[in-house]
Design a protein around this ligand. Structure first.
Ligand SMILES: Cc1cc2nc3c(=O)[nH]c(=O)nc-3n(C[C@H](O)[C@H](O)[C@H](O)COP(=O)(O)OP(=O)(O)OC[C@H]3O[C@@H](n4cnc5c(N)ncnc54)[C@H](O)[C@@H]3O)c2cc1C
Length: 383
């Protein structure tokens, strides 16, 4: 009899796990809280680790790539002046630009019609045993059913329900970075800039970054530091951002972006939390993706880690086909060094996005300039 896995969450982590399990002869079932598959989302920079994992999962070739030709990035100062700075193609291990929806669309190709996907369904209880887990599933309509699985995978994001039900409350695993984020697609290009231009309007504790994407609207990313992000009001987003960014509205860039925010439902707004856990599995329940290790956007590795997690789980199950506990231990041993490495520098990397003081604002500007110059130098040498 084939082994059955329940995957909670139809995101990057969940779909990657489903592809990998299916390859190992498992029967995955995915439940998703939303009533339908989400599309769109925000800019994601996919680095080699993510590209390799996507390739191993067989989805890299069908993934839309959106790094604009002749991409340029600008540092826009409060006084209205702008300076060219390095863009993402000038970083080491340069990422390709995609939309979160592009990764999910590509992964969807790998499971569509082959995996039982149930929308508007959440887990309401999990009885975790040594050889099976019994899960109560609840639909939007309030119907409940109980099903047994050989493995339950919580791929339900940073505020994971599976983690709460089986491992403990969020507070036990959250490590706040001290910032809030709001990401959404701009309805129009930023006035005075080209469609392939990216820009940063940064000051101490606040930044608006605009990431250009080929063939799709640029992503606007507002981030700001606040003393207690979990307590920050999520109700009046527009007036909160208006107030925090009031004196940074260079050439109307901020107010135009906020006008665009007012017209879209496709926005992300949350505090930034790392998730740190000493173990990602308990009995027959495993966490994977943001639910297990949220690396935050500052690592530039969250999406990559989700796909890698799926790939590594598949490899571990292939190596231990009759020993699920052994496979889960192997998964942990393979993923732990990667996650530890990228979590270590998140606080520091957050300074590149939202400097917490003047020194870091200055340091960040110098760094982007150096990167730009070193690229120019290399370019001249190659000529
Ligand atoms: C603004 C921003 C920029 C980013 N930039 C980058 C980047 O440049 N590079 C990079 O690699 N990463 C980046 N990331 C991180 C990356 O987007 C995430 O790490 C990745 O999407 C996490 O995937 P996931 O599947 O683990 O979780 P999620 O994407 O959160 O998916 C979880 C899924 O589970 C569903 N769900 C939640 N609760 C339940 C429930 N109770 N029952 C059923 N379903 C449920 C949700 O609806 C969702 O579909 C960025 C993140 C943000 C916010």
């Amino acid at each position: 009899m084939t082994q059955r896995a329940l995957i909670v969450g139809l995101g990057i982590g969940g779909m990657s796990a489903a592809i990998a399990l299916k390859r190992q002869g498992w029967t995955p079932v995915i439940i998703e809280r939303a009533p339908e598959r989400r599309k769109g989302g925000y800019f994601i920079g996919l680095r080699d680790e993510g590209k390799n994992a996507a390739s191993a999962l067989g989805v890299l070739d069908v993934m839309e790539k959106r790094t604009p030709d002749n991409i340029r990035f600008w540092d826009v100062r409060k006084d209205g002046t702008r300076r060219r700075i390095a863009d993402l193609t000038q970083e080491t291990n340069a990422p390709i630009a995609v939309l979160r929806g592009d990764i999910e669309e590509a992964l969807w190709h790998g499971i569509e019609g082959q995996v039982d996907v149930r929308f508007s369904t959440v887990p309401s209880a999990i009885v975790n045993g040594d050889t099976q887990a019994q899960v109560t599933l609840r639909t939007d309509g309030g119907e409940e059913t109980t099903e047994d699985y050989d493995l339950v995978i919580g791929a339900d994001g940073v505020r994971s329900t599976v983690r709460k039900l089986v491992f403990g409350p969020d507070e036990a695993f959250f490590h706040s970075v001290g910032t809030m984020l709001c990401a959404f697609p701009l309805a129009r290009p930023v006035e005075g800039f080209k469609a392939n231009d990216g820009l940063m309007v940064a000051d101490v504790k606040r930044t608006l970054t605009v990431f250009p994407l080929e063939g799709r609207p640029s992503t606007a990313l507002f981030s700001y530091r606040t003393r207690n992000p979990e307590r920050a009001s999520r109700k009046d987003l527009l007036s909160t951002l208006r107030q925090i960014f009031a004196d940074l509205d260079v050439d109307g860039i901020i107010s135009n972006a906020l006008e665009d925010l007012a017209t879209t439902d496709d926005f992300f707004f949350d505090s930034v939390q790392m998730v740190k856990m000493s173990c990602w599995s308990k009995g027959r329940v495993l966490l994977l993706g943001d639910s297990a290790w949220c690396l935050t956007l500052y690592s530039g590795m969250g999406a990559s880690a989700g796909m890698l997690g799926g790939q590594v789980l598949g490899e571990a199950l292939a190596a231990c086909p009759h020993d699920i506990n052994g496979a889960l231990q192997m998964f942990e041993a393979q993923m732990r060094p990667f996650v530890r490495k990228h979590q270590r520098f998140i606080a520091l990397r957050s300074q590149l996005f939202v400097p917490s003081n003047r020194v870091s604002l200055w340091g960040r500007r110098v760094l982007w300039q150096i990167l730009l110059r070193s690229r120019k130098y290399l370019f001249c040498e190659n000529k």
